[in-house]
Design a protein around this ligand. Structure first.
Ligand SMILES: C[S@@+](CC[C@H](N)C(=O)[O-])C[C@H]1O[C@@H](n2cnc3c(N)ncnc32)[C@H](O)[C@@H]1O
Length: 203
């Protein structure tokens, strides 16, 4: 990893830890686990939520065919500028908007069907309505053969009681994902800081 990448990631994590939700970009082990289940070799349209400094984005671009388009939704202007400067690939469209806007942003670009989607969102820290808008908008467009992967750090598995929009609720990512997908498989990845769980979801 380039020193500038770590510097950019750390600066954003310090400035806005709730949105960044991490201390370092994903390890190659986590990236591999996130990408292995996805049908990328023949994919045309793929969505990424929360590219950060592009650890997963780069691997996606390496795996995607020449005609594919990757739409990456990023709310941080610092990460957006870094990606636009460092990942100059005509297949990459960095959308400077939250994942919760996925429905309208894809509709505006005429995107009807997704072959795959990958998310690094810190679901635990998001408002319930943001999570529902992001996953709902995505699932509506995910093709029947499409696959979605999401990671969550292992410490996030401890049930979080959180005050969310005025109510105390218990949040677990697995339960949320099961509302949208008929199968949700899990894989533990220990070689990441911190260790993580990868969810592979199919409609
Ligand atoms: C844990 S970091 C992951 C960065 C990178 N994908 C990786 O794995 O190294 C989470 C990323 O999600 C972004 N993010 C947080 N909330 C978001 C939202 N509502 N929509 C889009 N991106 C968001 C953060 O700015 C950050 O880039």
């Amino acid at each position: 990893m380039e020193p500038q990448e770590l510097k950019t990631f750390s600066a954003e994590a310090l400035a806005n830890f709730q949105a960044t939700s991490a201390v370092a970009p994903s390890s190659r082990y986590l990236i591999r686990a996130m990408l292995a289940p996805l049908p990328l070799a023949r994919a045309r349209t793929v969505v990424e939520f929360g590219p950060g400094t592009g650890a997963i984005t780069r691997a996606l671009l390496d795996a995607l065919p020449r005609q594919a388009t990757l739409y990456s939704f990023e709310i941080s202007p610092r990460f957006r500028d870094y990606l636009r400067q460092k990942l100059a690939d005509p297949r990459l469209v960095v959308i400077s908007a939250g994942a919760e806007c996925v429905g309208e942003e894809l509709a505006a670009r005429g995107v009807r069907q997704l072959d795959a989607a990958v998310s690094s969102l810190g679901l635990t820290f998001m408002l319930d309505r943001q999570r529902q808008a992001a996953l709902g908008g995505l699932v509506q467009r995910l093709a029947p053969h499409g696959v979605f992967t999401q990671y969550q750090y292992l410490h996030g598995l401890l049930a979080y009681w959180q005050l969310n929009e005025g109510r105390i609720r218990r949040f677990t990512a697995a339960r949320l994902l099961r509302q949208y997908f008929s199968t949700v498989a899990r894989e533990v990845v220990l070689r990441n800081l911190p260790p993580a769980l990868v969810f592979t979801c199919r409609r």
